[in-house]
Design a protein around this ligand. Structure first.
Ligand code: PHE
Length: 338
């Protein structure tokens, strides 16, 4: 076979081979096999030197022709492969869509909103007050002077000697009274509280309370009971009952613990430890000294106050047995309530 014939054979063989190529890797191998410096075409061209000048001219033409044909075929194939790749990765409108992640309200926030909705329905305004409080507001003005033994009821985190992270929402009572006096008032004070607690199934070091406060003429402990019963029945069910037990807080007199009947409706279960009752709130009649500190005359007006835990409300409503779930940020837990 003469060299021009050999070159033509390489060209035809290469073009046949190219028709079987369908990946970019195969195309690169093909290029190396036929068109690289050590490829078949280059090997044939190197043999031009052995020919007579005449032969060399026709073989050279055949070589140039083959080279051009293979380069053209290479770029055409490369464009084909790109087009196929693009088509394969293009939008497939028949695929199911990807649902966007939708957020939801945290369990505590939902519970706060529900509590707020119920009290707003009874004419209470929402009054938000400081989360970082002075010692004076958190204790002193609530009838708990420094060294009062009842301060031990609240394990307190101090920011400095006279600034604390509020241990309860009760300091808001003073702020609300100072804001509204001498007008009568009916407010709830929702917010975060902090205590230096050993964390366990029913205690967190950060939690929410809702304080309730009503001040005006003729308010009695029966008013508190009526309001709390109306709240309980909307929050937990129309068949729930409320009872007061005598208790002690320095800022109320008399003071009570407020219990509601358990889910078991008095039969006795693990949640109520067989008693049929659940403690949900502290409360009482606002102490005359506290009324005075708020700018009211205790000879003219009286008031009731209560303070309850928001997480506890959520736990009782949803049958949650450990408060630590509420802030562990485990979406598997939280998503159940969104
Ligand atoms: N502040 C009290 C507590 O945190 C609860 C309370 C509020 C009691 C209002 C009486 C009146 O335990």
């Amino acid at each position: 076979m003469s060299l021009p014939e050999q070159i033509l054979a390489i060209q035809n063989g290469a073009l046949d081979h190219l028709s079987t190529v369908d990946t970019t890797q195969e195309l690169e191998d093909w290029r190396v096999q036929y068109l690289s410096r050590k490829g078949e075409l280059a090997a044939a061209i190197s043999r031009l030197a052995d020919l007579t000048p005449e032969e060399r001219r026709s073989a050279g033409q055949a070589a140039n022709h083959a080279k051009a044909a293979l380069h053209d075929a290479l770029s055409a194939k490369s464009a084909d492969l790109k087009a196929v790749a693009q088509r394969d990765s293009a939008l497939d409108v028949t695929l199911p869509g990807i649902a966007p992640v939708v957020g939801g309200l945290h369990l505590t926030r939902q519970t706060l909103y529900e509590i707020t909705r119920i009290f707003m329905g009874m004419g209470f305004k929402v009054f938000e007050t400081n989360e970082v409080e002075s010692d004076e507001y958190n204790f002193g003005l609530l009838n708990l002077p420094p060294d009062h033994p009842a301060r031990d009821m609240w394990d307190t985190m101090y920011v400095s000697d006279d600034v604390v992270l509020r241990t309860h929402t009760s300091p808001g009572q003073i702020r609300a009274m100072r804001h509204f006096n001498p007008e009568p008032l009916r407010v709830i004070l929702p917010g975060k509280c902090h205590r230096y607690e050993a964390v366990d199934a029913s205690h967190e070091s950060m939690f929410y309370q809702v304080e309730g406060l009503a001040v005006g003429e003729g308010i009695t402990l029966a008013s508190l009971k009526g309001v709390f019963e109306a709240f309980t029945q909307q929050m937990f069910g129309a068949d729930r009952r409320v009872r007061f037990r005598g208790s002690y807080f320095p800022f109320t007199e008399p003071s009570v613990e407020i219990d509601i009947t358990c889910n078991c409706l008095g039969a006795g279960c693990a949640v109520c430890k067989g008693t049929g009752w659940l403690e949900v709130s502290g409360g009482g009649m606002v102490h005359p000294t506290v009324l005075r500190n708020g700018g009211y005359d205790p000879d003219i007006v009286s008031g009731f106050a209560f303070g309850m835990g928001v997480e506890r409300n959520a736990m009782l409503r949803h049958g949650i047995d450990d408060i630590r779930h509420v802030y562990a940020n485990d979406l598997r837990f939280l998503k159940q309530f969104t």
